[in-house]
Design a binder for this molecule. Structure first.
Ligand SMILES: Cc1cc2nc3c(=O)[nH]c(=O)nc-3n(C[C@H](O)[C@H](O)[C@H](O)COP(=O)(O)OP(=O)(O)OC[C@H]3O[C@@H](n4cnc5c(N)ncnc54)[C@H](O)[C@@H]3O)c2cc1C
Length: 292
C-alpha cells in the first residue's frame, strides 16, 4: 500500500518549480512512475506530494538540431524512441536498444528522463549514451546547464541532479563523417546483466578514434579508455576489428571491479563483456561504413 500523497500536474517548468518549492523537501517529480511508484509501494521512500511532469509540452519531442545534435525530450517514452523515424535515421543503435528494453508495458509508460534520473545500475540507455558522449540538460529556477552522462550518473540511484532540478532533455552529438555507434547486451532477467557500448570513427578504412562504455558489470556505467585504445588503429573490416576488440578486452577488462550478483559471478561477467565488445564494435562499424 502506498500512503496517501497529493498530486499536481503543472503545465510549465515555472509551475513545476513552484510546486516543488511548496513541498518543503517532501515532494518528488514523477513521469511514468515505473520506478518511483515501485519504490513507494515497497516502502523504500515516501513523498507527500508527487509533481507529474507529463503535462509540460517542452519536455516532449524528438528533433535534430541545426548542428546535427539529436535532442530527445526527457518525457519521451521508450516506445516513442523505439518507433521514431528521426532516431532510426540519426542514432539507429538507440532505436534497437529501446526495442529490447524491458517489456512493452514498461516501454509505453517509462521515459528516457526517468531512466537516467533514477540511475538504476542496470540501465541500458545510460551505458549506450555514455559511449555516444551524450549530455543531459537540466533546468532549475536558477537557469539551465548541461552535464555529461558520466558526471550525471554518479552511483547506484545517485546523480548530480539537485532535488529541484528537472531533467529536460538528452542531447546526443552526431556521429560525424565515418562515425558509428553500437550497443550489445546479455540479459537473463528483465534488465541487462552486462552491456557494452562502442562509438568509433573510421578514416581511410582504419579506426582512428573510439569510446567504449561498460554497464551493469560495475555499480555505475563507466568508460574504459584502455579498451577504446585497443580498437584504435584496427583495420575497419569485421574480422580485424573483432580480433582487436577481443585482445583489447582481455587486458582492459581483466582488473575490472565487477560485482557478483544474481546475474552471475564477476569472472563470468568479465567474459561476457569480452564477447559483447566485439558485437558492439561490429554494430558501430556497420553504421560507420554503410556501403562497405
Ligand atoms: C519490469 C521492469 C523492467 C525494466 N527493464 C529495464 C531494462 O531492461 N533496461 C533499462 O534500462 N531499464 C529497465 N527498466 C527501467 C525503466 O526504464 C524505467 O523504469 C523507466 O524508464 C523510468 O521512467 P519513468 O518515467 O517511469 O520514471 P519515474 O518512475 O516516474 O521516475 C523515476 C525517478 O526519476 C525522477 N524523474 C523522472 N523524470 C524526471 C525528470 N524529467 N526530471 C527530474 N527527475 C525525474 C523521479 O523523481 C524518480 O526519482 C525496467 C523497469 C521495470 C519496472
Amino acid at each position: 500500500m502506498i500512503p496517501r500523497f497529493s498530486y499536481s500536474r503543472p503545465r510549465s517548468l515555472g509551475d513545476a518549480f513552484h510546486a516543488h518549492a511548496a513541498t518543503d523537501g517532501e515532494g518528488a517529480y514523477v513521469v511514468g512512475g515505473t520506478e518511483l511508484l515501485q519504490v513507494m509501494k515497497m516502502g523504500l521512500a515516501q513523498f507527500r506530494t508527487l509533481i507529474d511532469l507529463k503535462g509540460i509540452a517542452e519536455l516532449h519531442g524528438i528533433e535534430v538540431l541545426a548542428d546535427g545534435t539529436l535532442r530527445i525530450g526527457a518525457c519521451t517514452t521508450h516506445r516513442q524512441i523505439e518507433r521514431s523515424p528521426i532516431v532510426a535515421a540519426s542514432l539507429p543503435g538507440l532505436a534497437e536498444l529501446e526495442l529490447h528494453l524491458a517489456n512493452v508495458r514498461v516501454r509505453n509508460q517509462g521515459t528516457i528522463g526517468g531512466n537516467l534520473a533514477f540511475a538504476e545500475p542496470h540501465s541500458d540507455p545510460a551505458t549506450f549514451l555514455l559511449a555516444c558522449d551524450a549530455r543531459v540538460e537540466l533546468a532549475s529556477p536558477a537557469g539551465r546547464r548541461t552535464v555529461a552522462i558520466d558526471e550525471f550518473v554518479l552511483g547506484p540511484l545517485y546523480t548530480s541532479r539537485e532535488p529541484e532540478e528537472i531533467l529536460t532533455a538528452v542531447l546526443v552529438p552526431p556521429a560525424g563523417k565515418g562515425g558509428g555507434r553500437g550497443y550489445a547486451k546479455a540479459k537473463f532477467f528483465e534488465r541487462p546483466a552486462v552491456a557494452v557500448g562502442v562509438a568509433l570513427t573510421v578514416v581511410d578504412r582504419v579506426v582512428v578514434s573510439a569510446r567504449v562504455s561498460l554497464g551493469s558489470i560495475t555499480e555505475v556505467p563507466m568508460l574504459v579508455p584502455a579498451a577504446a585504445a585497443g580498437l584504435v588503429g584496427a583495420a575497419a573490416d569485421p574480422a580485424s576489428l573483432a580480433a582487436a576488440a577481443r585482445i583489447a578486452a582481455a587486458s582492459a577488462f581483466a582488473d575490472l571491479d565487477a560485482v557478483d550478483d544474481l546475474n552471475g559471478a564477476a569472472d563470468y561477467k568479465r567474459h561476457l563483456a569480452g564477447v559483447l565488445i566485439q558485437q558492439a564494435a561490429l554494430a558501430a562499424l556497420t553504421e560507420a561504413t554503410p556501403h562497405a
